[in-house]
Design a binder for this molecule. Structure first.
Ligand code: SF4
Length: 306
């Protein structure tokens, strides 16, 4: 798209956004131009909170399917549009409600804690939801000692290591993007930039996380960089975060830990698709009422542990 036609498209998006009393929410992993267009950019927890409390009538959710689904669960009176309905999350698809129920039979005393990166049907058979920003705090503070943690094995292991008093049964799912980072990537990056700190997301493998200077969610990485006196950072999460980091810290330097840290599903959202979503008011994401109410209980518990 040429610069002038992009400017025209953005002007039309702005007009339709105002006419429809819409807000545009964008995850930190979205394309740079989508982040620049959004009313709010954040991680799953922040965006869920905004979806639950906004007065806007229409939410254009620039993210992946489970995120728009969470917004629809938390704000049923609002219309939630996902500009590209094929934008899914492979990790969320690694757990089904039927399989979760089988694990419940296997561990009848365990509470089910689902990472927010899960389908609405899985949330509906879970006791709690969490995000990477509050997983440790939530598991630490719930009364149950025995936990089934799903679907991310890396976040599950990270939580279990922080909380040795809890018995955590870990689901074998993983994020295809974060899981491809290797300890060799960390060794090479440190060799190349020896005075940089390595900051990684807990969706990375344990061997990678053990070599990092800091492990945190996207919002925690952003806050860490803001407060740090260090100038250089090697970033071990999806590349979209570099946009916010560079914008907020223009004097600091950022290097991606592995060039494969790109989530193809997050990159499906484009400016023309956002315009089409506002023009056609679809594709709308909705959740069946019987699933929605059960899933909402788990999501409401997630939002309490900020
Ligand atoms: S980065 Fe990983 S967990 Fe996040 S949406 Fe993409 S595949 Fe799913």
């Amino acid at each position: 798209m040429s610069q002038s036609s992009q400017a025209g498209t953005i002007a039309e998006i702005n007009r339709l956004r105002a006419d429809n009393q819409a807000i545009i929410l964008a995850h930190n992993y979205q394309n740079d131009e989508i982040q620049d267009l959004a009313d709010f950019v954040g991680d799953s927890l922040a965006l869920s909170q905004i979806a639950a409390t906004t007065e806007a009538k229409l939410i254009i959710f620039c993210g992946v399917h489970f995120m728009a689904e969470s917004a629809a669960i938390l704000a049923p009176e609002k219309k939630v549009i996902l500009p590209d309905e094929t934008a899914g999350c492979p990790m969320a698809e690694m757990a089904s409600a039927e399989e979760v129920l089988k694990w419940r039979d296997l561990y009848p005393h365990a509470a089910v804690v689902s990472y927010v990166n899960s389908t609405a049907a899985v949330k509906a058979v879970s006791d709690y939801c969490c995000t990477s920003a509050n997983a440790v705090k939530l598991v630490q503070n719930i009364p149950e000692q025995e936990i089934i943690f799903l679907p991310d094995q890396n976040l599950g292991r990270y939580v279990a290591l922080q909380l040795p008093d809890k018995l955590v049964h870990i689901w074998p799912g993983y994020c295809i993007t974060h899981h491809r980072v290797t300890p060799e990537n960390v060794r090479q990056a440190k060799q190349y930039q020896p005075d940089a700190l390595v900051l990684v997301h807990p969706e990375c493998r344990q061997e990678v996380a053990e070599m990092a200077d800091f492990i945190g969610s996207t919002s925690q990485i952003i806050n860490y960089v803001k407060k740090s006196l260090v100038q250089k950072f090697i970033i071990g999460t999806e590349m979209g975060i570099l946009h916010s980091l560079q914008k907020e810290n223009p004097q600091k330097f950022f290097y991606l830990l592995n060039p494969g840290l790109v989530c193809p599903n997050m990159k499906l959202t484009t400016i023309p698709k956002v315009l089409a979503a506002l023009q056609n008011l679809k594709p709308e994401i909705s959740v069946a009422p019987e699933i929605r109410l059960k899933a909402k209980t788990a999501l409401d518990r997630m939002i309490k542990f900020v």
